[in-house]
Design a protein around this ligand. Sequence first.
Ligand code: FE2
Length: 309
Amino acid sequence: MALDINALPINKKFNRRLVAPDTWIINPFAPNIATPRPYVVIGDEYALLIDPTYTTLPIREYVEKCVTDKPLKVLCSHSHLDHTNDNYMFEDCEIFMSAYAWEEIQARRKKEPKDGMWSQTDAEGKRVLMTKEQYGTYTPTIVGPGDKIDLGNRVLEFLPYEGIHSAGSLIALDHKTGTLFTGDEIECGQMLVMGRGNSTATIELLKENLVRLKEGWGDQIKQICPPHNGSPIHPLFLDYLIENCDRIMSGIDGEMDVGSMSYIHNPSEGRDPEQTRKILEDPDILRSEWKGTSIVYNKQKIFKKQVGL
Ligand SMILES: [Fe+2]
């Protein structure tokens, strides 16, 4: 008999794992390995929920009952639906995001509904239906590089980073634990540098971002916490990523295999097979793997001059 997840007590609908003192990664109980994992970063006065994610389970109830009793604030690493869909559960909280992410969310709200529902394509190309309630009515606090969020004896700072995965991405360093929260910009398993949301995303720009991070904050970064494919990552990962970029720029082609575990083996995969085939067979989209890093990129967008920069 199938397990009814909704019938489980609240502490069994999710689980949590400590990645640093007062820093939790939350796993929604769902057979979908593509679901991003939210983080809860707890200060003396507030707790920050990073990316409320896309789950039908009551993430707010879980965080408030099982993780922290501090008032919540919310940070959106970027606007993609799999990270922001559940923002509507936090309308009364302060929600932080970049100006670009806010533009994208406002554009989403302007679309006309069909039968009272909005049909959307999420960041990974899956069709999803949303109710008006799920679009939310909140107005966020806009933040960008150099800005800080003080949670009470715990400060997160947004570092300069030109969004490659999404032009609206924010990268935040928690100065207390040396944890770098990267959204989908830096990931283990795979990084999608395919120009989605940023037509000028290139490997050259990615390398510039990574070198700037290393040179400016390399001695402070103790671990990297991405949302999708496993966390935390050792900071050496930044070096391996830079090496991977160098390999691509030196002419070493990746493989024509961009299929990730999350959409080939996932039983709740929502893409239609035709779309998956198109991605897999696109000769310009390659995957370069090096020392455990994996960069999915467009062969026509390796250097800035290829995109007119
Ligand atoms: Fe994303």
